[in-house]
Ligand binder design. Structure first.
Ligand code: GLC
Length: 492
């Protein structure tokens, strides 16, 4: 295996700034690469919320006040540097106060609306990153990009920089974490981003149905594309429901696609090492998990009863994550002997709807409208079940974390959920959760009732928990697949 030089680009990296699984993956992946002796450097925007003192961000003299010009408009950017916590992975923060000195990452916290200049913000981030490489005289073998916000890198390299000596031979890999977000903008915007409108018009390489489509551009201009599970790669290349209009185009580009499952950083997500949970535990003493359940219920103001199953959910409160089904099923669900704790924000209508049930059943359901890393870990440790009825899910991380915490996942049969969770079979002693196949509230209710039945069978319940806690979803296996991709693109 060759140890290439990789430059890794993302708009979220935990613990500095994250809105979901993307942040976790873009932190654990470079660390795993480093463990395999790759020369890896990463970069992200310097958002306002990043605590410079806590993470010891340092100025880099050479990277101070670099002019970056797009469509004749020059912005002065600087880059600071630090290390990913507990690692030797260097990360550069691209500082453009005008664009990233705001409270939200992508959207205004007050209105919930995306910033109108998101395309410009990330275009300057990408171009700034490209320029940074030259100033550092650090020429990577591969630039690995994640999601549409980083799509400008492969696009610019193959257009604006195609004759620049320094960038010759650099390969690009692009990972799609969620195709529902494509970076689609008015065609008029192309010019202001230094993208030739001719490439956008008539469904050109960066256009789709009369719009600028950045993810399509990234797929076209990257040397290789990955998605975060095998099943999702299949789904987005065959089905309009998952491909959002790009399924035909992706199908045609299948020869440079791979689906590679995300791995987990167990130094962050395991009950033995978890810094956020009140009581650390392992499969050898599950009574401590019970103490975490009590602590969680106290935290969310609900009574504890050993025999009442507790279901946890952590995600954006949006239809994609299955909240439409949940709301439909809630009345019947809450008649059962169970409790539900939800963490997340999103669609106000859905949140209000759930909250109306909370008023009616304050001891049974708790909605926490926040982004709270500590509470997220407490839910993983304290809940008996983890519910993820997503309509589609490129990978999903929480169902995988849940296994290690002995918290049984209940999921819909889609994408990464289907690739990681299979139905329990009591006779064969196989499977690691509960999966429902038809996307309906009736089926959801049915599968939850089935799950509760297992919970009541104490012997089998504990046995199952101990078994699933031993499953291993660390980066090891997936890293081999990424190494293959890197070898393939550099070898071309
Ligand atoms: C996105 C996807 C999610 C995936 C995560 C990390 O948030 O929606 O399924 O687990 O990225 O790849």
């Amino acid at each position: 295996m060759k140890q290439y030089k990789i430059w890794y680009l993302s708009t979220e990296v935990a613990p500095f700034a994250k809105t979901g699984g993307l942040g976790d993956v873009c932190s654990s992946f470079p660390k795993a690469l480093k463990m395999k002796d790759y020369e890896i450097r990463t970069t992200m925007p310097k958002y306002k919320i990043i605590n410079e003192r806590k993470y010891i961000l340092r100025e880099v003299i050479r990277l101070k006040e670099i002019p970056v010009t797009i469509n004749g408009v020059t912005k002065i950017i600087s880059a600071k540097s630090a290390f990913l916590p507990d690692s030797k992975v260097q990360i550069y923060f691209i500082d453009i106060p005008e664009y990233f000195g705001r409270v939200g990452l992508y959207a205004d916290k007050q209105t919930g609306k995306d910033y109108e200049d998101n395309a410009q913000r990330f275009a300057y981030f990408c171009k700034g990153t490209i320029e940074t490489l030259k100033i550092l005289s650090w020429k990577p073998d591969i630039i690995h990009c994640n999601d549409w916000q980083t799509a400008f890198v492969p696009i610019y390299l193959k257009t604006l920089y195609k004759d620049d000596e320094f960038y010759q031979g650099i390969k690009t890999v692009f990972t799609i974490h969620n195709l529902a977000f494509q970076g689609s903008f008015d065609i008029e915007m192309a010019k202001t981003l230094d993208i030739d409108p001719a490439l956008v018009e008539n469904d050109g390489p960066v256009g789709k149905s009369g719009y600028l489509n950045l993810i399509k551009g990234a797929i076209n201009y990257s040397d290789w594309v990955t998605t975060v599970s095998e099943k999702y790669a299949e789904e987005i290349s065959t089905t309009p429901e998952f491909g959002y209009g790009l399924e035909g185009f992706i199908g045609k580009n299948k020869s440079k696609f791979s689906g590679i499952l995300n791995g987990v950083d167990y130094s962050v997500w395991s009950p033995e090492k978890d810094k956020h949970i009140p009581f650390k535990y392992s499969k050898d003493d599950l009574s401590v998990k019970e103490q975490n359940k009590q602590a969680l219920l106290t935290r969310v103001n609900m009574p504890y009863n050993e025999n009442t199953p507790l279901i946890g959910m952590i995600s954006r409160v949006v239809d994609q994550k299955g909240y439409d089904l949940l709301v439909e099923a809630l009345e019947s669900l809450l008649e059962l002997d169970l409790q539900i704790v939800i963490l997340g924000t999103g669609d106000k209508k859905l949140e209000d709807n759930i909250e109306s049930y909370q008023k009616k059943y304050p001891n049974k359901i708790s909605l926490n409208r926040a982004f709270d890393e500590t509470l997220a870990h407490m839910i993983e440790a304290g809940a008996d079940f983890f519910l993820m009825p997503s309509r589609f899910e490129p990978c999903g991380m929480n169902q995988i974390y849940s296994l290690r915490y002995g918290t049984l996942p209940i999921v819909f049969n889609t994408g990464g959920l289907a690739d990681t969770i299979s139905n329990l079979d009591e006779k064969e002693n196989t499977g690691n959760g509960f999966v429902f196949d038809k996307y309906s509230s009736k089926e959801l209710l049915k599968v939850i009732k089935k799950a509760i039945k297992l919970f009541k069978n104490k012997g089998l319940w504990t046995e199952t928990q101990i078994r699933i806690m031993q499953e291993d979803f660390s980066w090891d296996t997936s890293m081999d697949s990424y190494s293959d991709v890197y070898e393939k693109v550099v070898g071309e």
